[in-house]
Design a protein around this ligand. Structure first.
Ligand code: SF4
Ligand code: SF4
Length: 217
């Protein structure tokens, strides 16, 4: 079967290649700034991941992975932010990035996300939308039975917004601004391209000021 070169796959490939290429030429000081800047986010991701593993791995295994019917990983079902790509490329080895690109190149379609293989997701640090998605059945079964866990999950959702929801200066916007200032551009830069998110930023006095701050790095 011929590989499927959808717009989604093309945008993903372009972003991954562009970020990898750019990072490989970045001065050490800027690389150090980027790694420092994502530290608290990675800490957050670690905590969410262990919460998911502890409380959801059984139900997810039982409901979805043994029957290969996961509603979490449908084809082109998730938004990948440009910052997701940056963070994943920063953390991944060349081989891991090659695997993502080869997978996108060789994609022949189907109902599953292009990045899903028999061992799970190919991203080292999967997109935030994937990390934070829980279906209603899983939420009902785990969080619906335990107020303490439900409160913890609500706390994680609030913390996620501190990195991704632009009602204040946030990491995901800052990373886009950094790469825009470096001359890169991508349709995945939703925090600089989505009309809804731009309106939200404007309403909260964000935009130009944040870009100027980042450009001084
Ligand atoms: S969150 Fe829901 S849809 Fe996703 S793997 Fe778990 S049980 Fe399946
Ligand atoms: S990127 Fe990974 S976690 Fe997200 S939908 Fe695709 S396979 Fe699933």
């Amino acid at each position: 079967m011929a590989p499927l070169n959808s717009e989604y796959n093309q945008q993903q490939k372009d972003a991954i290649r562009m970020v990898r290429q750019h990072l490989s030429h970045l001065p050490v000081s800027k690389l150090r700034w980027l790694k420092q800047r994502i530290k608290s986010y990675l800490q957050f991701r670690k905590v969410v991941q262990s919460f998911q593993q502890e409380h959801f791995s059984d139900i997810c295994l039982e409901k979805c992975f043994t029957s290969s019917t996961s509603a979490c990983c449908g084809r082109e079902g998730i938004i990948t932010f440009f910052a997701d790509v940056v963070i994943n490329v920063l953390l991944s080895t060349d081989e891991q990035i090659d695997t993502l690109l080869e997978t996108l190149e060789g994609d022949i379609g189907g109902s599953n996300c292009v990045y899903l293989n028999e061992n799970g997701c190919l991203w080292l640090c999967k997109p935030i939308v994937c990390e934070m998605f829980l279906c209603d059945a899983a939420k009902g079964s785990v969080l619906g039975q335990n107020e303490n866990l439900a409160a913890q999950w609500a706390g994680f959702c609030r913390r996620e917004r501190m990195y991704t929801w632009p009602t204040r200066p946030i990491l995901f916007d800052e990373l886009e601004a950094f790469f825009l200032h470096e001359g890169l551009d991508s349709p995945l830069m939703y925090l600089h391209k989505s009309p809804g998110l731009l309106r939200l930023k404007a309403k909260h006095g964000l935009g130009r000021r944040q870009s100027l701050k980042v450009s001084r790095v």
